[in-house]
Write a protein that binds this ligand. Structure first.
Ligand SMILES: Cc1cc2nc3c(=O)[nH]c(=O)nc-3n(C[C@H](O)[C@H](O)[C@H](O)COP(=O)(O)OP(=O)(O)OC[C@H]3O[C@@H](n4cnc5c(N)ncnc54)[C@H](O)[C@@H]3O)c2cc1C
Length: 226
């Protein structure tokens, strides 16, 4: 199927994307990141936006920075950049494992961490890892930035805490600091999405587990943490 007609805009900065969202507030506007959830939805008619605002080329939303005890990851950073990053493997081991299990190589070459989390699909792989890693999701809107703990970000299926005039700009992950992280999923034989996926991050002291965070994808209408 072909998507319905839409207007396309390319935002060069976060400010420009926010201006475009404001300008088109009366229309159905969608942000285009890697397009690997949005474009299939448009092709099957599940989504018919009037306006597409392409945010994939915004420089300030790309890249991975280790900043003290926090790993700061731009929302438009692609999965393939995350899988190749030593900083992500070292500081965010549960997230690193989850990213490696997303889709196939084509999906990982286009899809973004921000698109995955902002889509809030309970069967996606990254929400559980964000929950287990105690990540904070930074959203920017007309009134400035909000930092939202992953625990509070996923309201329900496809319903993240991002307003229609806002966008997710980066993900901040506290360094696992020697902790042990993992992600395992039972994939659907047809789609490869998680029928169930579990991420865990453990702190240990001399062979004793001192704390554990576990995030699960797919068993409920939203990813959850125990
Ligand atoms: C064949 C195939 C297999 C797949 N397998 C898996 C899998 O195994 N596991 C998995 O987790 N995913 C899987 N996916 C989905 C893939 O990971 C998508 O890349 C991801 O769900 C969405 O990220 P994106 O960058 O492509 O976002 P897009 O598709 O561009 O956007 C998705 C939604 O999020 C919104 N959005 C995007 N970025 C932002 C932002 N910064 N702020 C606010 N809103 C934003 C968009 O407006 C849109 O509504 C698969 C996809 C395909 C096509």
């Amino acid at each position: 199927m072909y998507p319905d007609e839409f207007d396309y805009y390319e935002a060069g900065s976060v400010g420009e994307a926010l201006d475009l969202l404001n300008e088109h507030s009366g229309a159905e506007a969608e942000l285009l990141a890697g397009g690997h959830s949005l474009l299939p939805a448009m092709k099957t008619g599940l989504s018919s936006p009037d306006v597409l605002i392409d945010i994939s080329g915004i420089d300030a939303m790309q890249g991975i920075e280790a900043d003290g005890d926090t790993l700061s990851i731009g929302a438009m950073t692609k999965y393939s950049d995350l899988t190749e990053s030593d900083a992500v493997a070292e500081h965010a081991p549960a997230l690193a494992e989850a990213v490696r299990q997303v889709g196939d190589v084509q999906v990982r070459n286009r899809g973004t961490i921000g698109g995955n989390l902002a889509h809030a699909d309970p069967a996606a792989d990254l929400p559980g890892a964000a929950l287990a890693s105690d990540a904070a999701l930074v959203v920017e809107g007309p009134d400035g930035e909000r930092s939202i703990p992953a625990d509070d970000f996923f309201f329900g299926m496809y319903t993240p805490d991002v307003g229609p005039d806002e966008l997710l700009t980066r993900v901040e992950v506290p360094s696992a600091d020697g902790g042990v992280g993992a992600y395992a999923k039972k994939p659907s034989p047809s789609s490869g999405y998680a029928m169930v996926g579990v991420a865990a991050l453990l702190d240990t002291d001399g062979g004793t587990v001192t704390s554990a965070r576990v995030g699960a994808n797919a068993p409920a209408t939203t990813s959850t943490r125990t």
